[in-house]
Design a protein around this ligand. Structure first.
Ligand SMILES: [Zn+2]
Length: 656
């Protein structure tokens, strides 16, 4: 009895003593068990099996001093383990309000069922921390769990309004680029997320984990760019030099039968068998030490054995993806964990296009122009129009771009048009001076009826300008640039209204592709006597005046094509896309059945010249363009090429 007293005393002392502060990885090593639902490795969690994850997870430890951490990881690398370990740590060891963001409702439900609930079920300390039966009951899909000292909310991006509701001290963001895509309102996900921790200005912690999306749109990319950009350096097993593993360093024999890694410093041949040991001896190295955000980047060469595909399998996937943009995109994003950049769009940066702007005045037609059309975008508070001149070889010149402010549906009760339409009529009916003396008028105008459709129809019906066309964007990606006109208005008997107008479907995706392709071609060098030189204005297809503002040029390239989603999406930065849309509509107008400028023969263009009394220069043949094939995101000079010779062990190799 007496002997028991010290034991009881020490038990009480242990119970009331402050808990030793653990890091997330220490906590996980002590407490976590993984099941087959979570990943291929079952049993006790061992951080040493995947050493690069240690530092990423430990950024979410209470005393890490890190507020934001970004883990740009390939799929299958352990993204979920990072999330679950940080979450279990929060629930059982360092309680506070915590939110997990998943892209949409489907991924959210699956994550709760397949990841969160098994973690809770198999981690006794987390079980003990839960305060209610509902929270303990793992068979439900509840997105809320109450635990001693905090709450867990699991949310998704489909409802942006809900995202602004709760505040938390810790936030885990899964796949922010997919989350952004599911935000219906086009809001900035980073603002929404960062706004949620405002109640904890000195202690908040946010982790973003996942793979990047499209270059120019990807937030993952933005966050990593702003971070201290850590890469994982490993020692060469032969010469001992530390280096990060890059895809460009992987080499393979013809057909991908064998592969090895070429040591960057001494060219030593590194076999995959060395991988585990190299990674165990590795460490993270920041490119920009001292930056506020921690950034960690890994690619598929770092997969621990048993987690992802082996090097040889990756080589086969890579070879299989060549020539297939959609497969290549998947490989680049999911295995290399790099943002995808369309090779054609690389050359259509707005600053490059602005640099190519030519010194001609707006509302004057340079000598190549033989016909003119216009495109109009209708917004609730303004009309935006662009006037485009056309010449031989589908060459274009933007001749005017402006906004006319005022509501397009203003009704003063007199049945008169709103003033914006009168002003538009005036601008479009005013002749444009040709450089060679003639005057040209707008031959057709396409007006988007997506907004204020009735007002657009009413305007078109009045026929105040030449060939007014009510248009709407096609839903299908493969729609032709201009569809057959359809009669819009019917009377109550279902018969066509005599006053009815025709509406045209416009294949905007196809026209945007054409424009971006031509802008890319304009950016290529041309070859003269075997030398590459920059193109001059006479060589280009798409022409812009240097009087157009910078916002115009940014607007022209405000969208990027996502081959996986098979559609154009807006770049980040909130640039307005009317310069692009109105150009596309003016192009559609050039295809009006009575104009058909895209099909004009040389004889027809010559007739147009004769009519105007001008002689215009013939365009340079497009065949001179050099098409430089590039592999997206992989620097050309370091693109691994299949070797014809078998691996040559360097003098450092196999010294061990
Ligand atoms: Zn070496």
């Amino acid at each position: 009895m007496l002997a028991a007293a010290p034991r009881i005393a020490s038990a009480i002392a242990a119970a009331i003593a402050p808990r030793k502060a653990l890091s997330v990885s220490q906590w996980a090593d002590a407490e976590r068990y993984t099941t087959s639902k979570e990943g291929p490795i079952e049993g006790r969690w061992v951080t040493d099996r995947n050493p690069p994850l240690r530092e990423i997870m430990d950024c979410m430890s209470r005393d890490s001093g890190v507020h934001e951490v970004c883990g740009k990881l390939p799929i299958q690398f352990g993204k979920t383990a990072v999330e679950l370990n940080a979450l279990g740590y929060t629930m059982s060891h360092d309680p506070c309000p915590v939110i997990v963001f998943l892209p949409d409702d489907l991924t959210k439900d699956a994550w709760i069922l397949q990841k969160l609930n098994p973690m809770v079920e198999n981690t006794p300390s987390v079980q003990r921390a839960l305060t209610t039966q509902n929270s303990r009951d793992s068979a439900n899909q509840r997105a809320f769990k109450d635990f001693a000292g905090g709450q867990l909310f699991v949310e998704h991006g489909k409802t942006a309004t809900r995202m602004a509701l709760r505040t938390a001290k810790r936030i885990l963001v899964d796949e922010i680029d997919k989350l952004q895509a599911s935000l219906a309102t086009g809001e900035d996900p980073l603002e929404l997320i960062r706004g949620r921790v405002s109640a904890y200005p000195s202690s908040y912690q946010i982790a973003y984990v996942g793979s990047p999306g499209i270059r120019g749109v990807s937030r993952m990319d933005t966050i990593y760019e702003e971070s201290d950009q850590r890469e994982y350096h490993v020692p060469c097993p032969h010469c001992g030099e530390f280096q990060s593993l890059t895809w460009a360093g992987l080499q393979w024999s013809p057909g991908g039968k064998e592969c090895w890694y070429a040591c960057r410093i001494n060219g030593c041949v590194i076999e995959e068998a060395h991988k585990t040991q190299m990674i165990a001896l590795g460490h993270w190295v920041p490119k920009h030490p001292g930056r506020r955000i921690r950034g960690y980047y890994l690619n598929c060469l770092y997969y621990p054995f048993g987690l992802g595909p082996r090097w040889l399998e990756l080589v086969r996937m890579w070879l299989d993806a060549q020539g297939d943009p959609a497969k290549l995109q998947v490989f680049v994003q999911e295995r290399l964990a790099q943002a995808w950049e369309d090779p054609a769009l690389r050359k259509v940066k707005h600053n490059l296009i602005a640099d190519r702007a030519e010194p001609y005045k707006l509302r004057t037609a340079p000598r190549g122009v033989l016909e003119i059309t216009a495109g109009v975008d209708v917004q609730g508070n303004r009309l935006v129009y662009q006037v485009v001149g056309w010449g031989r070889g589908n060459r274009s010149w933007t001749l005017d771009y402006d906004e006319i402010f005022g509501a397009p549906n203003e009704d003063d009760g007199s049945g008169n048009l709103a003033p914006v339409w009168t002003m538009l009529t005036d601008r479009l009916n005013r002749a444009i001076e040709h450089e060679l003396g003639a005057q040209i008028r707008v031959g057709a105008t396409a007006i988007d009826m997506r907004h204020c459709g009735e007002d657009v129809k009413a305007y078109v019906r009045r026929n105040l300008i030449r060939r007014p066309m009510a248009i709407y964007g096609a839903k299908a990606n493969n729609a032709p640039p201009l569809g057959r006109p359809k009669l819009m208005d019917c009377n109550w008997r279902g018969q066509s209204d005599k006053r009815g107008i025709k509406a045209y479907q416009v294949g905007t995706v196809e026209i945007k592709h054409q424009l971006y392709r031509n802008l890319a071609i304009d950016g290529d060098a041309k070859v003269v006597d075997g030398e590459q030189i920059e193109k001059t204005a006479d060589d280009r297809i798409v022409h812009f005046s240097d009087e157009l503002g910078r916002e115009f040029f940014a607007g022209v390239v405000s969208e990027v094509f996502d081959p996986k989603a098979n559609r154009f999406i807006k770049r980040k930065g909130g640039v307005r896309n009317e310069p692009l849309d109105t150009w596309v509509y003016a192009r559609a107008a050039a295809m009006h059945p009575e104009l058909r400028l895209h099909r004009r023969t040389a004889a027809e263009w010559a007739a147009a010249e004769a009519r105007l009394g001008v002689a215009t220069p013939a365009p340079a043949p497009v065949a001179q363009n050099i098409q430089v094939a590039q592999i997206p995101n992989v620097p050309r000079e370091s693109t691994p090429a299949p070797h014809n010779a078998p691996p040559q062990p360097s003098r450092f190799a196999r010294r061990t």
